[in-house]
Design a protein around this ligand. Structure first.
Ligand code: BDR
Ligand code: CA
Length: 322
């Protein structure tokens, strides 16, 4: 889409997307670019679904396809503490295995996600929505080192966590598990946080026949279908009837907040449990009496979600870098 810049503009909601593409992160970027309601100020890549070299490269490939010339930053190689756990079983070794997108020329020294994130926020005349769709490493680093950015953040809408589910362990959702310390920094930051967790993203399903319908929507539709073909495999093996587009649910909530139903609650992140590290402990029944720190997504309007996705991808049409 050669006119990606032209589609950006005032009147739209300013966002920064921090992501680890990742099949569903790529679809989330497509939704953000095609929805017509978001002004994507910058994108930062975080280590998660794959090593940061891969997620940075994949983000660059998707942005190029979308014709989006926005600052792209590369994050740390590791979570705040400990080793990186990746999601090769779902996204493949390269974090987006099998997706035929050309490689753009990448700068020899990529801009650091920290610099891109903090500069974008501090330079913005308006408050910005931060939409992380991976582990919260980059966001936590920025908040710890430049706490003044908090004044420029309208809200953090994070795809991650869960009320009572896990997908990488029985207790923990992947993004929370990869960097629980970072998640704790974010939940304790005092900023407005929306947690779009597995409880709702497992309902944000696209069924196989819809993947076929997407294929008819120009080059963007073909790319989305190709991505979803790959992405579906792991979910089929797990017995899902459709494929949950986790990260796109957080992006949808950024421009259509009514799409998710939320409940205010205290969320604490388990750091030390032998079997529960990375669990987001959600106090829905107010047992602790502690101040709520999060709007926890408890339901999603799936039909509307699918509608938004189709319309955005339809708008992108014959997106291509040429
Ligand atoms: C989350 O983990 C990643 O594999 C996906 O991209 C999504 O952000 C779902 O648990
Ligand atoms: Ca992700």
């Amino acid at each position: 889409m050669g006119d990606g810049k032209a589609m950006q503009g005032t009147g739209r909601i300013p966002v920064v997307i921090d992501c680890d593409p990742g099949y569903d992160d790529a679809i989330a970027l497509m939704l953000a670019a095609g929805c017509g309601q978001l002004e994507i100020l910058a994108v930062t890549a975080v280590a998660g679904n794959g090593p940061v070299d891969s997620t940075y490269r994949n983000a660059a490939r998707v942005l190029r396809f979308l014709g989006m010339d926005v600052p792209l930053g590369k994050g740390r190689a590791k979570p705040l503490l400990g080793y990186l756990v990746t999601s090769g079983a779902v996204h493949g070794k390269s974090a987006m295995d099998g997706v035929a997108l050309p490689d753009p020329a990448l700068p020899e020294v990529p801009p650091a996600a920290f610099d891109v994130l903090t500069k974008t926020l501090l330079d913005s005349p308006r408050k910005v929505l931060l939409v992380p769709t991976g582990p919260l490493t980059n966001v936590a680093v920025a908040l710890l080192a430049r706490p003044e950015i908090a004044d420029k953040i309208e809200r953090i809408i994070w795809m991650g966590g869960a009320i009572g589910k896990g997908n990488i362990t029985p207790s923990a959702e992947f993004n929370a598990y990869v960097d629980p310390e970072a998640a704790r920094v974010v939940f304790d930051s005092g900023l407005p946080v929306t947690m779009v967790g597995l409880d709702v993203t497992h309902k944000a399903l696209i069924y196989p026949e819809q993947v076929e319908d997407l294929r008819g929507l120009g080059k963007a539709g073909e790319l989305a279908a190709e991505i979803l073909d790959r992405y579906s495999a792991a979910y089929k093996r797990r017995g899902f009837a459709g494929v949950p587009i986790h990260d796109a649910a957080a992006v949808a909530a950024a421009f259509e907040p009514g799409i998710i139903k939320t409940q205010r609650a205290r969320v604490d992140v388990e750091l030390s449990g032998e079997h529960t590290r990375g669990r987001t402990v959600v106090d829905l029944s107010v047992t602790t009496g502690r101040e709520p720190n999060c709007d926890v997504a408890v339901d999603i309007d799936r039909e509307r979600f699918v509608e938004l996705l189709f319309s955005a991808i339809g708008n992108l049409g014959d997106s291509d870098e040429e």
